[in-house]
Design a protein around this ligand. Structure first.
Ligand SMILES: [Zn+2]
Length: 294
């Protein structure tokens, strides 16, 4: 896969790096863009801010903080989205979720600061946004808030004005060859209705990743989901797909999958992606995926 990062996203990344290098960190960021790219940017920034020995404004990937972040158990990293919001209604993030967050921010961080990532900030209702305003105006300690949103207009102007805002472009799907190979193999095992342990063995290399296992797992899951989407649309939708178009075996495997099975794979991958993003154990999540699809 070639790098699909757009020039605008590169410019944003460069700006963030120089900001981190300067040590003059702002307290609130807002990244506006599609889900994958804003989550990637927000997570990268959170990881870099928390890193104990950052290199050139980015995370080192090897210090205890980076390792904890990659394993989804960093004590100072707080994540909120619609699904993980406590007590929220199904369609928006309510004031109780923000209050819960503020309670957590009152506690002393283990390291230098808390970093909060609020995904789907466009789903914060008005009361929740007003509540959040207080934290944006008077941040607890050196804490940093990162808001991720689909569109800026869904946020109150008072919230937006407190944030350093960046607009991101959808860079499309990005994965290295090794991960694409695992995702294709996993898709083949799914199509051929292989046993659980074959699937588990297939994802083993991803679980053994030392550098950024969560990022690799997410990439794998997105690739598998994309293949399943292509299968649903096959033979028409797969023609331009970066993953299935030049894969000779794909058509043959699609014949073994009906619409229901493709739907099931897409939902199972979606649930796994949410789990990994919410910080659940990557190994457990991938094993559950193998079970769900067997
Ligand atoms: Zn580090």
């Amino acid at each position: 896969m070639s790098s699909a990062e757009t020039s605008r996203n590169s410019a944003v990344a460069a700006q963030l790096r120089s900001l981190l290098n300067s040590g003059r960190l702002v307290h609130a960021f807002l990244f506006v863009g599609t889900k994958d790219i804003r989550l990637q940017t927000g997570n990268d920034l959170a990881r870099a801010i928390l890193c104990e020995t950052p290199e050139d404004g980015g995370a080192c990937g090897t210090c205890p903080s980076c390792r904890k972040f990659d394993h989804g158990n960093h004590e100072d990293f707080l994540y909120l989205d619609l699904e993980t919001a406590p007590g929220s209604a199904k369609t928006q993030i309510g004031v109780d979720a923000v209050e819960h967050l503020q309670e957590q921010l009152k506690l002393k961080p283990f390291g230098k600061r808390h970093v909060v990532l609020i995904e789907e900030a466009h789903l914060l209702n008005t009361a929740a946004q007003n509540k959040l305003l207080k934290t944006l105006e008077e941040p607890a300690g050196d804490s940093v808030l990162i808001l991720l949103a689909e569109k800026k207009d869904a946020l109150l102007p008072t919230v937006v004005s407190r944030c350093s805002t960046y607009f991101l472009e959808d860079g499309g799907f990005e994965a290295d060859e090794a991960i694409v190979a695992v995702a294709r193999d996993f898709f083949r095992l799914f199509a051929e209705k292989s046993l659980f342990y074959h699937k588990r063995d297939c994802v083993k290399s991803i679980l053994e990743e030392k550098n950024d296992p969560r990022g690799k797992a997410l990439c794998f899951l997105q690739a598998f989901q994309l293949l399943s989407r292509d299968a649903l649309l096959s033979p028409y939708g797969a023609q331009n797909s970066p993953l299935s178009a030049d894969w000779a075996l794909f058509g043959e495997l699609c014949d073994k999958i009906d619409q229901q099975a493709a739907d099931r794979a897409i939902s199972a991958a979606d649930a796994a992606i949410r789990s990994v993003r919410a910080g659940y154990n990557t190994g457990y999540t991938l094993k559950k995926l193998c079970l769900d699809l067997t």
